[in-house]
Design a protein. Structure first.
Length: 301
């Protein structure tokens, strides 16, 4: 298992500047950003996913984040294995809260094996842990799944919504190329009290819908990408009380380090971009994001 690590002086453990064979992507961790003036939380990360090649622990990853003003994170499950890991992780370090679910692209595989309902039942059992605060990531993904798999995705999504409502947990949405369909299912089922669009990928229209419904929009490093015009337009109209920040580590590393491994300590790059785009004082933005995150998931204490 490989987790993010920033060693002494924030040097990369991959100082040889090595690259992934065949695609030229640098595997070294980017330099640490300047610390934020007010701490925030990374509300979506995957500490169990391979990230670089140095095996390190949860504490090292969270220590690195804390050093730059990221005081906590939400570890997110995508299948039974990662959801089980999440329950173990939140018991190891008080700076973590957790989310458990079956990713929409995994749901059809469980269904094909006749295991979907059994897997959903285990997700509900795992969600009973007091530091599991969300059901996620769940939702719809029309980019990687098609045909019969979409019916299984929608069934799984509806079941996750039901679990979140019955356990009074936040719902973390994965929405890829399925904005209108995700909104339709949420309205048909009746959305849980707290909904977060993880790695918000919509446009100004979806942002206005989230404003209307009181759903949080979590912006990731994609906001900093040069071609992310729709995300910047969405942020411009998003209700500041509904804005969160995340890494989705080890994916979606923000500019100017796109392509390198991501980790929670990279959050300040995205937050500073958000402050610049909205012409908001950085400290005030950080304080608002922190308050929003606690409202979405509860206290880390």
């Amino acid at each position: 298992m490989c987790n993010p690590l920033i060693p002494d002086a924030y040097r990369s453990p991959l100082a040889d500047d090595s690259t992934d064979e065949g695609n030229g992507r640098k595997r070294e961790f980017p330099p640490a950003p300047e610390p934020l003036p007010v701490p925030v939380m990374d509300n979506h990360t995957h500490l169990d996913f391979p990230n670089g090649k140095a095996p390190v622990g949860i504490q090292a990853a969270l220590d690195a984040a804390a050093a730059v003003g990221v005081q906590g994170a939400v570890q997110v499950g995508c299948d039974l294995e990662s959801s089980r890991f999440t329950v173990q992780a939140v018991d190891q370090d008080h700076r973590l809260l957790g989310a458990v679910a079956l990713h929409p692209n995994d749901a059809p595989h469980y269904a094909a094996r006749g295991e979907l309902e059994e897997a959903l039942a285990e997700i509900e059992r795992l969600a009973a842990h007091p530091r599991i605060r969300a059901i996620g990531e769940t939702g719809l993904d029309f980019f990687r799944t098609e045909g019969e798999g979409l019916a299984h995705q929608k069934h799984s999504f509806r079941r996750h919504i039901d679990i979140a409502k019955r356990l009074d947990l936040t719902l973390q949405i994965h929405d890829r190329d399925a904005h209108s369909e995700v909104v339709q299912v949420l309205r048909e089922e009746g959305a849980p009290e707290r909904v977060v669009f993880h790695c918000f990928s919509g446009d100004e229209e979806l942002a206005r819908t989230c404003n209307q419904e009181g759903w949080w929009m979590s912006f990731a490093g994609t906001l900093t990408f040069r071609n992310a015009v729709n995300l910047r337009a969405a942020l411009a109209v998003a209700d500041p009380a509904l804005v969160l920040v995340e890494t989705d580590a080890p994916f979606l590393t923000p500019h100017p380090h796109r392509g390198r491994p991501n980790a929670s300590y990279m959050v300040p790059y995205t937050v500073r971009a958000m402050a610049e785009l909205t012409e908001t004082d950085l400290g005030s933005l950080c304080a608002g994001i922190s308050d929003n995150t606690v409202r979405a998931y509860g206290s880390w204490v």
